[in-house]
Design a protein. Sequence first.
Length: 197
Amino acid sequence: MGGTFDPIHHGHLVAASEVAHHFELDEVVFVPTGRPWQKAERVVSAPEDRYLMTVIATASNPRFSVSRVDVDRPGPTFTIDTLRDICRSYGPDTEIYFITGADALAHILGWRDADELFEIAHFVGCTRPGHPLQDPGLPQGKVSLIEIPALAISSSECRERVGAGEPIWYLVPDGIVQYINKRGLYRHGESPPETGR
Ligand code: ATP
Ligand code: MG
């Protein structure tokens, strides 16, 4: 499951859990983007902060893990590179599903190397409150659409709430509230120092 995860929230976790159950997946690998080219218009938190938040949020689930492939690859993140790297580390016998939300799926044909994407992975589009699921023109049999219990939570709203001094308890896991506070993320006009590795 690819995402910016700035921050990761319960909408992401419920979607991952639901897709894993539906397709009987052995593992869900969360892959925080490096520098997402689709979000060039806003400042995205440091990859290391987004990676650590994703680790904190998924730590208690034995079937969830986090990959550094996108965080460690220099340059903007393209899904084709993510899938190639994940394929390489899990081996050719692994069946790969790429989990994404209805909003991202709508742009999928515009992604780099769209044809090859569909050869490497089966795509799973999740419903998401406020985003219609149907997208005409997606290749038959390569994309499954799945209904997720509606949680109208977005990372943007979480960031705005933190900036406005409003609580985000229960929208994100407790450890994420604490990490955001500890690092001073999303406070207007301040950028937190880079984390050391
Ligand atoms: P932002 O508001 O900054 O765009 P976001 O909440 O959309 O952040 P992303 O990291 O961009 O989070 O999302 C990663 C993937 O998770 C996307 O494909 C998105 O559609 C999906 N997703 C995000 N929130 C939900 C939700 N509440 N329910 C289902 N899917 C979601
Ligand atoms: Mg988004």
